[in-house]
Ligand binder design. Structure first.
Ligand SMILES: [Zn+2]
Length: 451
């Protein structure tokens, strides 16, 4: 299928949640999209000649949601890795399965994930691919219209890493640099590259230092994992005599271009370090619950000024990529410990819009509905039984009650990729059937048929 054209559109009469500096909520509001950008936000806007008009009455119109930590390469492994903690989950299931990917299975994994993300209102992601065939993930994102930043997973060390995933340091660096030069900025900037050292335990110090240098030289993001699980955090401390985020900082891996997924078990000094250096932490509550990893102290991190974003992480550790599930968890999970007002629905939505945009280095391009920004918009039907009757605050209605299935329309870069709840860039029935076949093949190749 080809991408729909980037045509002008007037989204008329919705409840506009702008997330602009004034945090405007406009009842009966209009959003005009033109040339891939937002042209105007207000009331009673006139549709230019030839513009499509989308009736958004009874719907919320919000900035496209951003997930700053996902693994499209793992989507085919959903429902194949339950009941395990992080290091066993990696060694027994995820690494053998990633090692068993071929180009075709990886392409279908990414396609399936992108279909789920777009149908659920996520318009932009920061992804970590696997070690091989990274171009397949970029090809899927190119073909389906998602705003994608990601890169090859870098692994040159570690216990339990299958031979197929352990690169030689220099080869990993050469391959990632070539991929970055090929893909960063492609599709008018919709595709961007990120260096993705997997985590401290699978990376040599030299790989991390060189990644830091390469990121600075090329202006690429660095996307990695830190302090997700207590055992991982303890092993890092035992081996290196320091903690994850502090170790990264010592190697030059801190700053506004560095994104650390999880940050569940940071020390107070590390939380202050992230705030001081502008290093982003990605809150992944669904995955942290399912792998039994712990709960990142979101209200305390916010208070300390740590830049925060939201992500579902991988399909086999969540098991959903529904951003509304993460929003609801982020807005409720911390209340027993920190109090009923410690995170509001507005705080959570901010993390999934402006926070994600900042983590992706796209603060001026996405994350709010403002003239001049990219036309990435999510429309949610508020007339569903489980959202009625409407309260006064549409943000609370969305954050506490909406699900991916309530999303009706999605624009990315001015292209309407979801229309009336239907994905326009893939036949979802055929995609699911093909993904089932590819999943069975990759599980067989990994020797995990009976697992
Ligand atoms: Zn992850």
């Amino acid at each position: 299928m080809t991408l729909p054209p980037r045509s002008a559109a007037l989204l008329r009469g919705g409840t506009v949640i702008a997330m602009d500096p004034g945090r405007r909520l406009i009842e009966g509001g209009d959003v005009l999209l033109d040339g891939g950008r937002i042209a105007e936000v207000g009331r009673r806007l006139r549709a230019p000649r030839g513009a499509a008009v989308a009736d958004c009455r009874g719907k919320a119109v919000l900035p496209g949601l951003v997930q700053a930590h996902v693994h499209l390469c793992q989507v085919l492994f959903r429902n194949r890795a339950d009941g395990l903690e992080l290091l066993d989950w990696l060694r027994e299931r995820i690494w053998p399965l990633e090692a068993a990917h071929d180009a075709r299975s990886l392409r279908f994994s990414a396609r399936l994930g992108i279909a789920e993300l777009l149908l659920g209102g996520t318009t932009a992601v920061l992804d970590m691919a696997t070690v091989h065939h990274t171009e397949q993930v970029f090809l899927a994102a190119r073909e389906m219209g998602l705003r994608y930043t990601g890169g090859k997973a870098l692994m040159d060390a570690g216990e339990g890493v299958p031979r197929g995933l352990r690169d030689r340091t220099d080869e990993a660096l050469a391959e990632t640099a070539a991929l970055g030069r090929r893909w960063h900025g492609a599709e008018a900037g919709r595709l961007r590259y990120a260096l993705c050292p997997r985590f401290v335990l699978s990376c040599s110090e030299r790989l991390l230092r060189r990644s830091a240098e390469l990121a600075r030289r090329e202006g690429w993001l660095v996307h990695t994992h830190a302090s997700e699980n207590p055992t991982e955090t303890r092993l890092v401390r035992e081996r290196l005599g320091t903690d994850n985020a502090a170790y990264f900082h010592g190697l030059g891996l801190s700053g506004p271009h560095v994104v650390l997924a999880h940050c569940v078990h940071l020390t107070a000094a590390e939380e202050r370090l992230l705030a001081r250096t502008g290093t982003h932490a990605v809150h992944c509550p669904g995955a942290n619950l399912k792998l039994g990893s712990g709960l990142a102290p979101l209200p305390r991190m916010r208070r300390r000024g740590v830049p925060l974003a939201l992500g579902a992480d991988g399909a086999p550790c969540n098991n959903s990529l529904d951003v509304f599930h993460e929003l609801r968890l982020a807005a409720t999970l911390h209340l027993p410990r920190f109090g009923p007002r410690s995170v509001t629905a507005h705080d959570a939505l901010e993390v999934a819009t402006l926070g994600g945009a900042a983590a992706l280095g796209l603060r001026d391009e996405i994350g709010s509905l403002e003239p001049g920004k990219r036309a990435d918009v999510t429309v949610v039907d508020l007339r569903r039984p489980h959202l009625a009757p409407r309260g006064e605050d549409p943000v609370a209605t969305l954050v506490y009650g909406a699900t991916a299935a309530d999303v009706t329309d999605v624009w990315v870069d001015g292209r309407r990729l979801v229309h009336g709840g239907v994905l326009r860039v893939a036949d979802t029935g055929r995609l699911v059937a093909a993904a089932e076949r590819e999943a069975r093949r990759v599980v067989r190749r990994a020797g995990l048929d009976g697992a």
